[in-house]
Design a protein around this ligand. Structure first.
Ligand code: ADP
Length: 475
């Protein structure tokens, strides 16, 4: 799981906040519940104290303390009912005090004597070592009569038991509630962010070759709709910018062609004049070479811009790649012979492909031309055309100088040359392989390179075979 993803961070925040809210709510519930239960208990005890005062103490002056004590035992049985009852006279004499309760929830002998106040009643919570006691007291009598303080109490053990049950419920229930909420939140966040995933996948697919495609727009009226619309506008602007730069290269190279041809013609006619000094003739020769190089670059650029705009595929026919490669190798073998290089072509089987013959021939020419350029005298070049599954494979390998590993990923870039000066001596401008790549892309083919410096290089074109139904074009 990606811990830096938006969904993970959102859900973590959500879970944290939810836990804090639930814990606070739980704590408040316990505090309020305790308060409510204790207030209720005290209320009941106060009413009972009042009842004792009203019914028993009114007659106490007549009946005597012993009768009052007996009646309390009979009517309320405090020990059996786990209650505390104590009647104290204003002079501190204890008229009646209940004994140990049945459940031993508190020790009545340790309950401190009541404060002899003039108030009608009071309440208190007594924390004894054996347990806490909630006591409500009522006073009875006035200055003329004997004053009594009636205390009725009950242990907090039951309230505590109820509270601990609620606490257990909360301790079990809250984590479950948080887990369920987090799982729900996770599903919701994932669903909400799914369109973002789709957007980014589509955006990754869009390259300079398919800039006319657009991102899917969710008509949801939210931020994602705005984002997809803005990204689409940005792609449109990029498309326009790339299109105009391609157009510029196409126009510029087209416009340069004619003046270069005129320049070449004039230089040639100048060079033919008889009375020229030998140094002037040499200068004219090197000028002609440079004009040729320039013309080659212009032709390369024009070819690339035509491929970019899709104008290049003048024809689309089915033909035998093996036959095309063999014929091309035959035509180019003179160049190899000049350098005493052995050029072997293994192309026996029929390998039908579809496309523009002239462009694919250019691929073979560029690869063989490079192999010859970058293989020293006496070297060996091997070209092989085979079928592999649904693909035609064209391999060109040499035992030349090779390409350093760090340059391998760049050789198909425009104007890239491994060693500028060396390549320039060979007459290369760094456009040959980018033309190969563009032609391959236009034919749905891929080009790969492998090389070991000092040992040689090998280029492989992998092109889909022609479908059976496609017509065989002229060879
Ligand atoms: P260039 O016209 O300069 O040859 P390319 O685009 O055809 O340009 O090739 C780019 C670079 O790749 C060349 O400068 C060269 O250094 C290297 N390269 C291409 N083919 C080979 C090969 N068969 N052997 C060694 N290096 C090669």
């Amino acid at each position: 799981m990606n811990t830096r993803s938006l969904s993970f961070r959102l859900v973590t925040w959500y879970a944290g906040l939810l836990t804090i809210v639930f814990v606070l709510l739980g704590a408040l519930t316990i505090i309020f519940l305790r308060h409510y239960l204790e207030a209720n208990l005290l209320d009941i005890q106060a009413r009972r104290a009042q009842q004792i005062a009203d019914t028993l103490l009114t007659a106490a002056s007549r009946t005597g303390d012993a009768v009052v004590a007996g009646e309390i035992e009979d009517l309320y049985s405090p020990e059996v009912n786990d209650r505390f009852i104590r009647i104290t006279r204003a002079d501190g004499h204890v008229v009646y005090a209940s004994g140990k309760p049945k459940d031993a929830g508190f020790d009545p002998s340790r309950v401190p004597p009541p404060s002899l106040t003039r108030d009608k009643g009071f309440q208190r919570k007594e924390s004894l070592p054996s347990g806490s006691l909630l006591i409500a007291a009522r006073t009875y009598g006035d200055t003329r009569e004997t004053r009594y303080i009636v205390e009725v109490g009950v242990s907090t053990a039951r309230t505590e038991a109820t509270l601990s049950q609620v606490l257990i419920m909360l301790a079990v229930g809250l984590p479950i509630a948080v887990c369920v909420a987090v799982a729900g939140g996770f599903i919701l966040v994932r669903r909400a962010l799914k369109p973002v995933d789709r957007l980014s996948h589509k955006a990754e697919e869009i390259t300079q070759h398919n800039l006319s495609e657009r991102l899917p727009v969710m008509r949801s009226g939210d931020e994602l709709e705005r984002l997809s619309l803005s990204l689409n506008l940005m792609i449109s602007r990029l498309e326009d910018a790339i299109q105009s730069s391609k157009q510029f290269v196409a126009d510029a190279s087209h416009e340069l062609r004619t003046p270069l041809a005129v320049l070449r013609g004039e230089l040639e006619s100048l060079a033919q004049e008889a009375q020229l000094k030998s140094q002037t003739r040499e200068t004219l020769g090197s000028m002609l070479e440079e004009v040729d190089r320039l013309a080659e670059i212009v032709e390369g650029l024009l070819a690339l811009s035509r491929l970019d705009t899709g104008e290049a595929q003048a024809e689309w026919v089915r033909f035998d790649l093996a036959e095309l490669a063999a014929t091309t190798a035959d035509q180019i073998s003179l160049l190899a012979e000049d350098k005493n290089i052995t050029l072997v072509c293994e192309a026996s089987t029929n390998v039908p492909v579809e496309g523009d013959r002239a462009r694919l021939k250019q691929v073979v020419v560029n690869l063989l031309d490079n192999a010859i350029k970058y293989t020293p005298n006496g070297g060996r070049i091997r070209m092989k055309i085979t079928r592999e599954g649904d693909y035609a494979l064209l391999d060109v390998s040499d035992d030349g100088i090779g390409i350093p590993p760090e340059a391998l990923s760049h050789v198909f870039k425009r104007f890239y040359r491994v060693d500028g000066s060396r390549s320039r001596e060979q007459g290369g401008a760094g456009l040959g392989l980018s033309i190969v790549k563009s032609i391959c892309a236009a034919h749905g083919a891929q080009v790969e390179v492998a090389s070991v410096p000092g040992k040689g290089s090998s280029f492989r074109i992998r092109q889909p075979l022609a479908r059976e139904s496609a017509a065989l074009g002229p060879s």
